[in-house]
Ligand binder design. Structure first.
Ligand code: CP3
Length: 348
């Protein structure tokens, strides 16, 4: 590997400077992404074409000195492979043709074969690894069981996910059955991505923060622990660093650290110094610049980068990232200012 500072930081080993990558680094803020997406015809056509998925994965690496690539795909590939009929209405976000609402709907769900219905994702991983040729490590990913269940039950995006929340109080056993099926699917999917060449794995629990503490422990954390336990019990995935990111759930960092994962994503509402105090020195931290800071002028971005770096301090185990994904209205020059500032200001 030519540049392994991302993997070294995840293992809390010394690095020459702090590694940086950005959630949603491939996406609509890049004109070349919009061109490739237009060529593919739709977002899902882009995801299911390994050559084009590889192309958009590499686009941000051509512009910026990023220390990791992330597989271009989506967390909703698993429910789609379960037969829910994912589609993206223009400008409206994801929707499922057949959401999961009843016991019969849950009973019908099977664990998708990663090299069957999801083979296009594994082919994308293999293609990207080949094209990266060891320049930087490749991150594979999946959604958390709770976050996937939110979309599967609601049938689309939502600000409060009223339907899955009603299900967890009205029919807790049914929600647990759904989460268990999804957790087994996620564990198999991540293990297959690792077998196909992913060198780190990340689980996005985007909607964990919607839950009150007791519900978070019972309906989100428990299944993140099931996935971490499964990956860490298997000799082929044990040494692949696992990053968990529960957005808006900073109070649960100690519980998340106890799952056996290697790193935790942190959103921008908590200082990294406080996060470090909560989890100790064994675990790496990934984050946590407010993505809105990318709208500020390059000099202000540089100051904010310095503040985030200082908040963690020079000790091992920091991967620089945003606290959530880049938004489509960001100027690419501002991303360059961020990436360069991280490397310059953290040089040991
Ligand atoms: O980070 C990367 O560059 C890798 C690719 C990636 C995408 N989605 C591509 C994408 C990753 C890691 C995801 C994860 C994802 N998808 C999450 C968890 C992370 C998060 O942001 O919290 C969630 C909740 C989803 C579900 C999803 N997919 C939504 C809600 C949307 C619509 C949102 C929007 O911005 O329109 C998507 C579509 C999607 N996934 C896009 C991209 C680049 C935009 C699609 C387009 O080109 O129009």
């Amino acid at each position: 590997m030519n540049n392994d500072r991302f993997l070294r930081a995840l293992r809390c080993e010394p690095v020459d400077c702090t590694p940086v990558w950005l959630m949603r680094q491939a996406g609509r803020y890049l004109p070349e992404y919009r061109a490739t997406r237009a060529q593919a015809g739709s977002f899902m056509a882009l995801c299911t074409n390994p050559e084009l998925a590889c192309e958009v994965t590499l686009q941000p690496l051509r512009r910026f000195a990023l220390d990791a690539a992330i597989l271009f795909s989506d967390i909703l590939t698993i429910p789609d492979a379960m037969g829910l009929g994912l589609h993206f209405a223009d400008g409206e976000g994801p929707k499922f043709r057949t959401p999961v609402r009843t016991a019969a709907d849950v009973a019908r769900l099977g664990v998708p074969d990663p090299e069957g219905e999801l083979r296009y994702v594994m082919d994308a991983v293999r293609t990207i690894r080949r094209e990266l040729a060891g320049r930087v490590p490749l991150i594979g990913f999946a959604g958390s069981p709770w976050t996937l269940a939110c979309y599967m039950v609601q049938g689309e995006g939502s600000s409060n996910f009223a339907l899955p929340k009603a299900m967890l109080w009205n029919e807790p056993a049914l929600m647990h059955q759904l989460l268990d099926t999804v957790a087994r699917s996620v564990a198999a999917y991540l293990a297959a991505q690792a077998a196909a060449g992913a060198q780190a794995l990340m689980v996005f629990d985007t909607w964990g923060g919607l839950l009150a503490p007791a519900q978070f422990t019972e309906f989100s954390l428990r299944y993140l622990g099931q996935i971490a336990g499964s990956l860490k019990a298997d000799a082929t995935t044990r040494d692949i660093p696992l990053i968990l990111f529960s957005k808006g759930a900073n109070g649960h960092l100690p519980g998340l650290a106890a799952t056996g994962c290697d790193a935790l994503g942190v959103d921008w509402t908590l200082d990294l110094s406080s996060a470090r105090a909560l989890v100790g020195d064994r675990i790496a931290l990934q984050g946590n610049l407010d993505p809105a800071a990318l709208h500020a002028a390059p000099e202000a971005i540089r100051r904010e980068v310095a503040r985030v770096l200082a908040s963690h301090g020079p000790g091992p185990g920091h991967v620089f990232n945003l606290g959530h994904g880049i938004t489509p209205d960001v100027k690419p020059e501002h991303v360059a200012a961020l990436v360069d500032a991280v490397h310059e200001l953290s040089r040991r």
